[in-house]
Design a binder for this molecule. Structure first.
Ligand SMILES: N[C@@H](CCC(=O)N[C@@H](CS)C(=O)NCC(=O)O)C(=O)O
Length: 231
């Protein structure tokens, strides 16, 4: 059995869903629409988080690890411009590429923490720890921008890396939540161009991240337009 448990809003899960699509792997979609109990989450993973992935009798959590498992177990057969890179890190650049991935996930943690705290009553503007998370973002983006060779390249040049996928997912998450985080695209034109290219790929358009705030009760016939309860 191959299955992925996820929430529609999770940028980490979106990264894994995009990767599964790029690798052309079928799987059972276990999309959670409500927040399950601790017991339910704990029955899948001690982290109580999504994504959780089942494959061939194995169960994995932590999106970076799932991404590495997928690329190691099912490496893409073809290589080339615009195609998925076959490894999580390029030979000879193991530590640089892993550092890039880890840094992208730190950006994801800053954004999802700010989001989770907002829905439990804390705006980042009113909390020193969350404000530090917000201050982290331009530093992370500036560092990541400098890792991209030019506006036409991803982190691995002309092929598509897991790093490209996850950065796009985290920035898409920030753009689709009322988090009041300014991404200042003009300061990061290479990242902006990368995200634009990635969001146009079928793997991204088939796994969209939707606008969400607590008043959204569903989505319109196009599957994307948020619907609000009539007051
Ligand atoms: N480090 C984890 C982070 C996963 C994560 O934060 N997932 C969020 C959804 S975006 C979650 O399950 N949050 C519920 C919770 O923390 O209780 C990964 O990379 O998979």
């Amino acid at each position: 059995m191959r299955a992925l448990r996820y929430t529609l809003g999770s940028p980490y899960a979106r990264g894994v869903r995009v990767l599964l699509h790029e690798l052309d792997l079928e799987y059972e979609h276990q999309a959670e629409l409500t927040t399950p109990s601790v017991e339910e989450r704990a029955s899948a993973s001690p982290t109580l988080q999504v994504p959780t992935f089942w494959d061939d009798g194995r169960i994995l959590w932590e999106s970076s690890l799932i991404a590495e498992y997928l690329l190691t177990t099912y490496p893409p057969a073809t290589k080339g411009a615009g195609l998925l890179a076959p490894t999580i890190a390029r030979p000879g650049q193991e530590w640089e590429d892993r550092l890039t991935f880890a840094t992208i996930q730190t950006l994801g943690t800053a954004a999802t923490t700010i989001s989770q705290m907002l829905w439990t009553g804390f705006r980042w503007q009113d909390n020193d720890y969350l404000t530090r998370g917000q201050e982290r973002l331009p530093h992370l983006l500036g560092w990541l921008e400098a890792r991209l060779p030019d506006a036409d390249s991803g982190f691995f040049g002309d092929s598509v890396s897991a790093q490209d996928i996850f950065l796009t997912c985290h920035l898409g998450f920030i753009a689709n939540r009322p988090l009041e985080l300014a991404l200042r695209e003009q300061d990061h034109p290479r990242i902006a161009a990368l995200c634009h290219r990635m969001e146009a790929r079928p793997s991204f358009t088939d796994n969209p991240i939707l606008w969400w705030d607590p008043d959204v009760v569903g989505y319109g016939p196009d599957g994307r337009t948020p619907l609000y309860a009539k007051s």
